[in-house]
Write a protein that binds this ligand. Structure first.
Ligand code: ADP
Ligand code: MG
Length: 381
């Protein structure tokens, strides 16, 4: 990818660019916890975006997408928003940097990536992080803090791409380190690295390639349930601002005060917050069997209590269990997308083969397989 990018940069701009890269991400555990003030536990992966960039001495940006084979040119003022959707991510990063008092001048760029688009691996965050990191390095002496770089990416999605996302994707993409997952407290912003060296295991994503339409209305309903349960618990325990602050026992105390549905949603969230902590403990002991068991518990919770799974994902999860795969669960918001699987090396080939065959037989299309390794996030090459 590097050679192709530099080659294109030279042919377009007659010199070499400076290379930057960033990564997509997975989330090992901690699903639907972010808006409940709980933990998420992501890591950057070996799929990313790479860019060659060089200041051009003007006040214009010329950026070429190798994957879309398209050039976009834009100025750096609010009214200069480009028409190409992909270029809005780059423009947004420039604008959000400027809004925070940072400097951005004109530059030339060529970029490409290998994060599958829209598969739940956050190609958009990889794109934003690459440019946020580069702009900080090229024009701001790296004075903008890393957390702020992640927020620049998040605000880009909010203000220039119409996606009201949380901070996890950009956080992981900016902070990611090879062989480490990052536990982020979504309430306080505190974070901590944990070793992830699953020797003898592989991390495999199976992309169901389905997206059920329910997703956004169901998402809002889940949030409402969580808020209602938290508010009820708060009447007895004033320290509870988010569901993540509540003990499991406290939920039982309000059982008669909330609907059965809200109860189940809250039961999942409170369990999930604890599971992230349990997985972190297990990782410090290199205990990947416990990690895997927690992944299954999360899947059960998402499927039966939170009810955001679907037939395709339950099918993949059940098959993993049947084949003695160490851990498996739906990753992301649900209603489609990928399962993330922790698989012993000796089981790997037969599991993938069987999953592809059985899934295709049942659903009429093949799933996609991504082998992921926890890798570095945003960086200069
Ligand atoms: P994801 O879940 O992968 O982040 P999004 O819909 O949020 O999916 O972001 C995908 C969008 O990000 C693409 O439609 C495109 O505009 C931009 N993008 C991501 N990767 C690339 C790439 N390699 N080249 C050009 N644009 C990209
Ligand atoms: Mg995205």
């Amino acid at each position: 990818m590097k050679a192709k990018i530099q080659e294109k940069f030279e042919s377009l701009f007659g010199e070499e660019g400076i290379l930057y890269a960033s990564a997509g991400r997975i989330n090992l555990i901690g699903e639907h916890t972010d808006y409940n003030g709980g933990y998420v536990f992501p890591g950057a992966i070996n799929f990313g975006i790479m860019a060659a960039i060089k200041p051009n001495g003007t006040d214009k940006v010329k950026v070429y997408s190798l994957d879309f084979d398209q050039m976009s040119e834009f100025g750096l003022k609010e009214e200069d928003k480009p028409k190409e959707a992909w270029a809005c991510y780059v423009f947004g990063v420039c604008r959000e940097t400027i809004k925070r008092g940072g400097t951005v001048k004109g530059f030339n760029a060529v970029f490409a990536g290998d994060v599958p688009l829209g598969a739940g691996l956050s190609s958009s965050a990889a794109l934003e992080s690459t440019f946020a990191y580069a702009v900080n390095d090229l024009f701001n002496d790296n004075k903008i803090e890393k957390f702020e770089l992640a927020k620049i990416g998040q605000s880009t999605e909010h203000n220039y791409c119409g996606v009201k996302c949380g901070i996890m994707d950009q956080f992981a993409s900016i902070f990611g380190k090879e062989g480490a997952l990052i536990r982020l407290n979504c309430k306080t912003g505190e974070y901590k690295y944990f070793p992830f060296h699953p020797k003898g295991y592989k991390l495999v994503l199976i992309d169901s390639c389905v997206k059920h339409e329910l997703a956004s209305s169901a998402y809002n309903k889940r949030r409402e349930s969580c808020e209602k349960a938290a508010a009820e618990i708060k009447k007895l325990h004033p320290e509870v601002d988010f569901l993540s602050d509540a003990k499991r026992l406290w939920l039982d105390e309000v059982r008669d005060k909330i609907s059965q549905e809200d109860f189940l949603r809250a039961e999942y969230v409170i369990g999930e917050v604890q599971r992230v902590l349990d997985v972190c403990d297990a990782l410090e002991r290199d205990d990947y069997e416990t990690v895997g068991e927690m992944m299954y518990q999360t899947h059960f919770g998402l499927s039966r209590l939170y009810e955001v799974s679907c037939e395709e994902l339950d099918f993949l999860n059940k098959l993993a269990r049947k084949m003695d795969v160490t851990g498996s669960r739906v990753m992301g918001g649900g209603f489609g997308g990928c399962t993330i699987n922790l698989v012993k090396e000796e089981l790997h080939d037969i599991f993938i083969e069987t999953a592809v065959e059985k899934f295709t037989e049942k659903f009429g299309h093949a799933p996609k397989i991504y082998e992921v390794v926890i890798s570095d996030g945003a960086r200069k090459l």
